[in-house]
Ligand binder design. Structure first.
Ligand code: PAF
Length: 283
C-alpha cells in the first residue's frame, strides 16, 4: 500500500490508474479504524480496481468543547489494518494541506435543511464541516465511487444531496451498519466508554428495535413512541439528545401514510455521545 500526505503524489498516482482504465473507489475516514471501516474498504474493493482511503481528523466538523483534540489517532495500527484489507493507497493530509487559510476564511459547502435538523441541531456547523471536507477530498481523489457507512445516516444524506446539487462526478454507495455481537453499532467513539457504559450501550439499538416492531405492527402514534423510547433510554442511564421517527427519503416528519421510515437516535452515556438508526420499510 502506498502512503502519501502530499496532494501532488496522490493526484499523480490516481491519474496513472485512471489513464490505465482502472476504476477507483474512495473511503474517507478519520482513522482509528474498526471492522466497520474495513467493511467499507472491502465493499470498495468489490466496486473498483483500486481503493484509496483517507485518514484526516477534520477540525471543521468539530464544535467548540467537542473531542477534536482527544479523538483517537492510531495511524500505525490503521496502516496495518489497511494493508491487510488490501487498500491500494492511504492519503493522510496535514491540516494545513486541506485548510491553508484560517478557519473563518475557509470556503464552505452548506447543504441546507437536512444539515440543520437532528445531529445538525445539536452540533451547529457540523455538517458544513463534513460537506466541505468531503467535497475537497472528492476533488483531490477524483474517484469513480465513494463508500460511506449507513450508521451516519444523516451524513450520508447530506453527502448524496451535495453530490447531486454540485454535480460532482462520483457515485455514492451506502453500506449497512456493522455491529458488535450485542448490537452496538461500531464507532471509534465506543472506545471512550467505561466497562459499565459499554454494557449499557447496546440498549440504544434495542430501543430502536422495539420502536421498529411497534411501527411494523401498525402503531402510528409517532410522538408517543418517541417519548416512550426516550424514557426507556433515560431509565437505563442514557441522556437522550434526540429520538425521532422520520421519513427515510428526506428526513421530513412522517405522515401516517408514509411507508419508508427511519428511526434515528443520539444519546449520551457519561461523556460519550452515541448515534444509531434503523430503517423500517412497512411494505
Ligand atoms: O464519517 C466520518 O468518519 C467523517 O465524517 C468523514 C466522512 C470522514 C468526514 O470527515
Amino acid at each position: 500500500m502506498i502512503v502519501v500526505s502530499a496532494v501532488d503524489a496522490l493526484r499523480e498516482q490516481v491519474a496513472q490508474w485512471r489513464s490505465a482504465g482502472e476504476r477507483v473507489a474512495f473511503v474517507p475516514t478519520m482513522g482509528n479504524l474498526h471492522d466497520g471501516h474495513l467493511a467499507l474498504v472491502r465493499q470498495a474493493r468489490e466496486l473498483a480496481d483500486r481503493v484509496v482511503v483517507s485518514i484526516f481528523v477534520n477540525p471543521l466538523q468539530f464544535g467548540e468543547g467537542e473531542d477534536f483534540e482527544t479523538y483517537p489517532r492510531t495511524l500505525d495500527e490503521d496502516v496495518e489494518r489497511l494493508i491487510e484489507a488490501k487498500a491500494d493507497l492511504l492519503f493522510t493530509p496535514a491540516v494545513e494541506t486541506l485548510y491553508p487559510r484560517p478557519r473563518q476564511l475557509q470556503t464552505r459547502v452548506e447543504v441546507p435543511l437536512i444539515s440543520d435538523m437532528l445531529c445538525g441541531a445539536s452540533r451547529p456547523g457540523h455538517f458544513a464541516g463534513v460537506a466541505t471536507v468531503v467535497c475537497k477530498l472528492f476533488n483531490l481523489v477524483q474517484a469513480d465511487v465513494a463508500v460511506f457507512g449507513e450508521k451516519d445516516f444523516q451524513q450520508l444524506m447530506v453527502i448524496r444531496r451535495m453530490v447531486e446539487d454540485l454535480c460532482l462526478p462520483v457515485e455514492i454507495e451506502g453500506l449497512a451498519t456493522v455491529r458488535d455481537e450485542d448490537g452496538l453499532a461500531m464507532s471509534s467513539r465506543n472506545g471512550y466508554l467505561t466497562k459499565s457504559e459499554r454494557a449499557t450501550a447496546p440498549a440504544l439499538y434495542r430501543t430502536l428495535q422495539l420502536i421498529a416492531v411497534a411501527l411494523s405492527t401498525g402503531d402510528r402514534a409517532y410522538r408517543e413512541l418517541e417519548a416512550s423510547a426516550r424514557s426507556e433510554l433515560e431509565r437505563v442511564g442514557f441522556t437522550p439528545d434526540y429520538f425521532q421517527i422520520r421519513r427515510a427519503e428526506d428526513l421530513a416528519e412522517p405522515t401516517r401514510g408514509d411507508r419508508e421510515l427511519v428511526i434515528l437516535a443520539a444519546a449520551r452515556l457519561g461523556g460519550t455521545r452515541l448515534i444509531d438508526n434503523l430503517r423500517v420499510d412497512l411494505d
